[in-house]
Ligand binder design. Structure first.
Ligand SMILES: C[S@@+](CC[C@H](N)C(=O)[O-])C[C@H]1O[C@@H](n2cnc3c(N)ncnc32)[C@H](O)[C@@H]1O
Length: 389
């Protein structure tokens, strides 16, 4: 059976609260969604479909292709079912594989133990069939086997991605408190930006939001920056499908005449890093960078667009006092310089957000790692001050 052309269940995982944007992306690629949940979506497809999904999705973490479901009361059951699977038809020869899992079972208090049982079962099976031991390790650079195990329901997957798709591969210098690329893309997809009006990103740090905006506007997909995926390490892989999908990514890039993306930060080092990251992403010519206080950012007045800012949230008291003043100034900046624009503030501190002094017309929920965050949307009317609280 060739898994590259055999349909099965596919689960695409993502970070919490990003699923609505992932869902939209998957639909736009022409797939039908069977089920959506908090951390992902489920659909039907082949590993060839997984190739397309891996190369194109901005908001996904992993694309998992289901091999089998089974009931497992304890780790011995997992071992038996895993050993029973014909891994000699999946692992290339000589093989290197890794095991990941998502486990919630009363008999397991450390998911590493479940991983170890899966690994042992695969190694034992391959040793019996091939007379040699495949190598294993934590680096997700070869074949990746994923176990999902909740109570007594277990499912084995091939993780076709390997390293998380949420890191888009162009950011060589992360800087301080950077946003994960997949999260930055999701916040832009959640905004009302039309992909050709000005996109203004003061306090840009390593440039993630500005770079993601340029990538989205010009239809540059994450697959352009990555050459290794776990699907390449599954028996039967033939690079024709991958090369075709990869060539399509180049063909689909589009010009957006007159596009203005402006990114500023008061730290020269941050701007230097952001420029290097933009070069790696191939969008440096599309972004105007400047070193300045955020309030001095050039906001084009001939056409209104989107202003998106991700200020620090602060933890120490002294820091918080200073940040209260910064958040109040962000409110003034939006009122005075961003009329007609949609303003967005991404923050994990709602007390600080109150200092902005404007009434948000949407509060879109996100997580930044484990921090409960909001993308606050402000409609900044051109002529009146109707949005003010
Ligand atoms: C949370 S970081 C932004 C991270 C960014 N979203 C990324 O992905 O890299 C906040 C940034 O605001 C900058 N910053 C803080 N106060 C500023 C000010 N008054 N004017 C301009 N930039 C400022 C800092 O230098 C820092 O780079």
């Amino acid at each position: 059976m060739n898994l590259f052309t055999t349909p099965s269940s596919i689960i695409i995982t993502c970070h919490k609260r990003i699923a609505p944007y992932l869902e939209k992306e998957v639909l736009e690629l022409g797939f039908e969604i069977e089920e959506a949940f908090v951390t992902g979506v489920k659909l039907k497809g082949t590993i060839n479909d997984c190739i397309k999904l891996n190369l194109n999705l901005r908001c996904a973490s992993q694309v998992l292709y289901s091999l089998r479901t089974f009931r497992a009361v304890n780790a011995d059951d997992v071992y038996s079912y895993v050993k029973d699977y014909p891994w000699e038809n999946i692992l290339p020869h000589p093989g290197y594989f890794s095991v990941t899992s998502n486990v919630s079972n009363p008999t397991i208090n450390n998911s590493m133990f479940a991983n170890l049982r899966v690994k042992d079962a695969v190694v034992d099976r391959i040793r019996e069939k091939r007379g040699e031991r495949p190598s294993t390790g934590a680096e997700l650079t070869g074949t990746v086997i994923h176990l999902f195990w909740k109570n007594e329901d277990a499912e084995l997957f091939i993780d076709t991605s390997g390293d998380s798709l949420a890191r888009h591969g162009y950011r060589k210098i992360p800087g301080l408190a950077p946003m994960l690329e997949g999260l930055a893309a999701a916040t832009i997809l959640a905004s009302k930006w039309n992909r050709h009006s000005p996109f203004i990103n003061p306090m840009c740090g390593s440039g993630t939001l500005a770079i993601e905006a340029a990538l989205i506007a010009t239809n540059r997909r994450p697959g352009l920056f990555r050459t290794n995926y776990a699907f390449m390490h599954v028996q039967g892989y033939d690079d024709k499908v991958y090369l075709k999908e990869d060539a399509l990514l180049e063909e689909q890039i589009k010009d957006v005449p007159g596009l203005r993306i402006i990114a500023t930060d008061y730290s020269p080092k941050a701007i230097d890093n952001a420029k290097k990251n933009a070069i790696a992403a191939g969008v440096n010519k599309l972004i105007e960078f400047a070193v300045c206080d955020f309030a001095l950012t050039n906001v084009p007045q001939d056409e209104a667009g989107v202003m998106m800012v991700n200020p620090e949230y602060g933890e120490r008291l002294g820091e918080l006092k200073e940040l209260e003043a910064t958040y109040a100034r962000i409110g003034d900046f939006m009122k005075q310089k961003c009329r007609g624009y949609f303003g967005y503030v991404f923050t994990g501190n709602m007390d600080l957000a109150k200092k902005i002094g404007l009434k948000a017309n949407r509060r879109i929920e996100f997580y930044n790692s484990t921090i409960d965050c909001r993308l606050l949307e402000y409609e900044l009317y051109a002529g009146t001050r109707r949005s003010e609280s």
